[in-house]
Design a protein around this ligand. Structure first.
Ligand SMILES: *Cc1c(COP(=O)(O)O)cnc(C)c1O
Length: 385
């Protein structure tokens, strides 16, 4: 059970993550409020344009979260009842839930222990005549081998949706993640790099799908509120299909525009902090950790470590770190082990179960100081060295 523990203010704990927000974001939000237009409007449109430019093209559709972006992606890919969608269990549970939202069945496949992304061989083995799509997660920001999944799926007409919730600014074969599949989704939750409080983005290379996504997020209206407002004429809208309210607000988009301008700085700082961890933790016997795969670069959204089994249980290590003033976290969850998926059939998931039980995530955030990182490293050396 999760619980919130009140700690005395004096006991400063190094957090696992802290969003990097400044007075510019506060001003941008205040300006949106002062403008009188607070729901989806001109700032959302500007955020979408700027986001697509940063990714290098495509149609970007801003929504209320990455979870709703995943839901839309399932609808656009035509996934429905009796379809199967191959997903990693080792992911935030929203990945699997999105499949259920459209009445389809998530099929859990195991992951590669180095990248924590779907193992292409496991995907190939999980395909049945009912397989309609694969959701490829760039876990913790580490780019998955996208081409390997497309080589399996494309000839069979299976859609590939990339869950890049964590992977803004990560690269695959020299290009920013977001351009390698027909649909790629991002999150702006504060646990990720860029934040709008809550928020998400669906990027598609398919213009028709982009237009449909823009309608679906707004109750499938054929004329958006912003269009009606600015048309200068009476516009009677129509509702073309069963849509959703998945809109982002202009207040959120105002914050997102400022955050996007900070992305390169965020990436540089995270990679610098990760390089220090990689160097100074290298002497801990058997310790594995997040790293760049051969085909790309990670944004180190989460710096996970996997201690050699046997020395000390993961949860005990977390408790000892907390006693040292360090708020680390368990590693990525295994969705199939949660009550929501009790009784849900699945094949063997040995890597998923080992990583969910034994890995943890270390503090890493933009404003982390050298002294804070030294404290984390010293604590790890004391307990694992
Ligand atoms: C955080 C996360 C999500 C959900 O993002 P929200 O914006 O919070 O809905 C989905 N998939 C993965 C892999 C995530 O890490």
């Amino acid at each position: 059970m999760s619980q919130i523990v009140d700690r005395p203010a004096a006991a400063a704990v190094i957090p696992v993550m802290k969003p990097w927000l400044g007075p510019e974001e506060a001003q941008a939000a205040a300006d949106a409020v002062a403008s009188g237009w607070v729901a989806q409007g001109p700032r959302v449109a500007r955020f979408e344009t700027a986001f697509a430019e940063r990714i290098g093209g495509g149609t970007a559709v801003a929504v209320s979260s990455c979870t709703t972006a995943l839901h839309l992606a399932m609808v656009l890919a035509g996934v429905g009842p009796r379809d199967e969608v191959i997903v990693p269990s080792l992911s935030f549970i929203a990945t699997a839930n999105a499949v259920r939202y459209v009445g389809a069945t998530p099929v859990f496949a195991d992951v590669d222990p180095a990248t924590l992304a779907l193992d292409p061989e496991a995907v190939a083995a999980a395909i049945t005549p009912s397989t309609r799509a694969v959701i490829l997660v760039h876990q913790a920001g580490t780019p998955a081998d996208i081409d390997a999944i497309h080589r399996i799926c494309d000839p069979r007409g299976i859609a590939v949706v990339e869950d890049a919730a964590c992977a803004i600014g990560s690269t695959y074969r020299g290009r920013t993640v977001g351009r390698h599949s027909e649909q790629v989704v991002f999150s702006f939750h504060p646990r990720k790099l860029l934040t709008t409080g809550e928020g998400g983005m669906l990027v598609t290379t398919n213009d028709e799908w982009g237009a449909r996504a823009r309608r679906l997020r707004e109750h499938a209206m054929d004329a958006s509120a912003a269009q009606r407002h600015t048309s200068g004429q009476v516009v009677i809208e129509h509702y073309l299909e069963t849509g959703f309210n998945f809109r982002m607000t202009d207040i959120q988009a105002a914050v997102g525009l400022v955050q996007l301008g900070r992305l390169d700085e965020m990436l540089a700082r995270r990679r610098q902090l990760a390089a220090v961890y990689a160097e100074v933790l290298a002497d801990i016997p058997g310790l594995r950790m997040a790293s760049d795969p051969e085909w790309g670069t990670t944004n180190f959204q989460s710096f996970w470590i996997h201690p050699a089994p046997g020395r000390m249980g993961r949860d005990e290590l977390l408790a000892r770190l907390l006693a040292d003033g360090i708020s680390a976290r368990r590693g990525i969850m295994a969705s199939h082990l949660e009550p929501a998926y009790a009784g849900h059939p699945h094949g063997p998931l040995p890597v998923t179960e080992q990583m969910a039980a034994e890995s943890l995530i270390l503090p890493l955030f933009h404003t982390m100081t050298e002294a804070e990182q030294e404290q984390v490293v010293a604590s790890l050396h004391a307990h694992l060295g």
